[in-house]
Structures are given as structure tokens and as C-alpha cells.
Design a protein around this ligand. Structure first.
Ligand SMILES: Nc1ncnc2c1ncn2[C@@H]1O[C@H](COP(=O)(O)OP(=O)(O)OP(=O)(O)O)[C@@H](O)[C@H]1O
Length: 268
């Protein structure tokens, strides 16, 4: 005879269904630099195993938002959650699940690729042995195993970006933020990086927030957040954002939503 199922104690907080917890939850976040309001009541979610493009012109507030998510700045109002962990109250748990590629390059140019990775792994408390194994594996995945001992200074811009992405993945995060990661790269390097990050979504279930002002980096099936002058003007699956703006493509939708003129070359 099978024993009866245990009766749930109503005093216990129900465990959230992991599938229902967003990778990133931005809830009513505002931020000002003195009198200048950079973010105004921003709310949106990034789901696990999804690619969310944060689309905005220069000055929209993308970098400010990244600085709040990563705790470079304290949160003035609103909440940021990473897989249900509040970044303000439980930063350790929240940030453990987060990998970041910032807009400015942050590699040590005079160290080798492996040294850069090992140094970062040590900051995350990963043992030397484990760090060596993960570094070798990640260098293989980004096609730079044969350059492991080279100085970073000798890499191309695209290779440096791939290394930064590998570094951001060393501690096995489940949410990855990238702030305009393809700026300054040629067409081939951009395509390589985009396809690598999209693979992380489909093959490893990582939730990705990709800040950009380039329309051609967004694909049907992506989620989209349109940020303009600190406010979210539209969000949701790309097809819905386009339809709701009464447009045929993301470029026109963005123009209608923001009143902006688009730039040649597919940029916002
Ligand atoms: N340290 C700062 N002090 C004062 N104002 C700032 C500071 N950083 C950003 N701002 C202002 O906040 C607003 C949002 O800037 P932010 O850099 O977040 O935008 P962005 O979307 O990342 O732009 P970009 O694509 O140019 O990097 C802008 O008006 C900017 O001038």
C-alpha cells in the first residue's frame, strides 16, 4: 500500500515553481543623477532561456539600469530580483547567478587569456583546479584554445569580446547581461558573438539581456524592451511590439514609439 501524500502545512510559504521565477525581474525602478532622471518607473522581466533585447538610443538609460542590476549603484527606488533573490537584500545569492559583459573592455591586456580567466575565477572563489578545467573548456568553446598563453593585447576586438563572454560564464551564471557588446566590431565578429550568445540561450537555458541600439541584432522570437529617455515605451515578444505599434518591422515600430529618426545601417 502506498502511503498518503503529505498534507501541505498552510503556514509554510509555498515553494515557487522554478519555471515561473523570472531570471530577472525589474520592478518599478527609478534612478536620478541629482536632478536628472535617468530611469522612471521601469518594470520588465527576462525569462530563463530567453533572449531579451533592451533597445534604446544613447542616453536611454541602459547602462544606468545595468549598474543597478550589478549593484555598482545602490537602488534608489523599486526592486531588482534575480531568480527570486532581491539584489538589494540578498546580493550574494542574486549576483552568484549573474554574469556581466560591460560596454568598456575590462580585460588585463598584459596577462594571457588563461591568466585573465584564472584571476576572475579566484574572485569567485572557484578552486584553482576547477578554474583551470573551466578555463580550458570555455576557451575551446570560443575557439581560442590555441591562444591560451598569448597576451590579451594581441587579440582582435572580436576575440577580446569572446573572451569577456567566456569570463562572464566561468562561475556558471543563469542570467547574462551584455551592454552593447558588439560596438566597434566588424560584421563577422558581430555575427559570431551574436550566434554564440544565442546558443547559450537555446543549449544552456541561460536568460540573456542584450542592450543594443542596433535593430539587426534582434530576431523574430526575441523579447523586446524599448527604453526611451528613462521610460519603457513597449515590451513583449518582438512580433507583438511591432503589431501594437501598427508597424511592419522593428525599425518603424521603434520610430513610431519614440518619434526618433533612424540612422542608416540599421541602428536606433
Ligand atoms: N554619472 C552620471 N552623472 C550624471 N548623469 C548621468 C551619469 N550617467 C548617466 N547619466 C545620464 O543619465 C541618462 C542615461 O544614461 P545611460 O548612460 O544610462 O544611457 P545609455 O542608454 O546607456 O546610453 P549609451 O547608449 O550612450 O551608453 C543620460 O541622460 C545620461 O546623460
Amino acid at each position: 500500500m502506498t502511503s498518503p501524500a503529505p498534507i501541505a502545512d498552510p503556514r509554510e510559504t509555498p515553494k515557487p515553481d522554478p519555471a515561473a521565477v523570472p531570471a530577472l525581474a525589474i520592478d518599478g525602478v527609478s534612478h536620478s543623477y541629482g536632478p536628472r532622471r535617468a530611469l522612471i518607473d521601469v518594470s520588465f522581466n527576462v525569462q530563463p532561456a530567453s533572449f531579451t533585447a533592451l533597445l534604446g538610443l544613447n542616453g536611454a538609460g541602459k547602462s544606468t539600469l545595468f549598474s543597478l542590476i550589478t549593484r555598482l549603484f545602490g537602488i534608489q527606488s523599486g526592486r531588482v530580483g534575480i531568480f527570486g533573490h532581491d539584489v538589494g537584500r540578498s546580493p550574494g545569492e542574486a549576483l552568484r547567478l549573474l554574469g556581466v559583459v560591460f560596454q568598456p573592455r575590462t580585460l588585463d591586456l598584459d596577462l594571457s587569456l588563461t591568466q585573465n580567466l584564472l584571476y576572475h575565477a579566484a574572485l569567485h572563489g572557484i578552486s584553482r583546479r576547477e578554474a583551470s578545467a573551466r578555463s580550458a573548456e570555455l576557451l575551446g568553446r570560443i575557439g581560442l584554445s590555441d591562444r591560451a598563453g598569448s597576451k590579451v593585447r594581441d587579440l582582435s576586438g572580436g576575440q577580446m569580446r569572446r573572451l569577456e563572454i567566456a569570463r562572464a560564464l566561468l562561475h556558471r551564471p543563469r542570467l547574462l547581461l551584455l551592454d552593447e557588446p558588439t560596438v566597434g566590431l566588424d560584421v563577422k565578429a558581430r555575427a559570431d558573438i551574436i550566434s554564440h550568445v544565442r546558443q547559450l540561450v537555446t543549449e544552456q537555458g541561460i536568460g540573456v539581456l542584450w542592450a543594443t541600439h542596433l535593430f539587426d541584432e534582434i530576431m523574430a522570437g526575441d523579447d523586446l524592451v524599448v527604453l526611451h529617455q528613462g521610460k519603457v515605451l513597449a515590451q513583449g515578444p518582438m512580433s507583438r511590439v511591432i503589431t501594437e505599434a501598427g508597424a511592419q518591422d522593428v525599425n518603424t515600430a521603434f520610430m513610431r514609439l519614440t518619434g526618433a529618426q533612424t540612422m542608416p545601417g540599421g541602428g536606433a
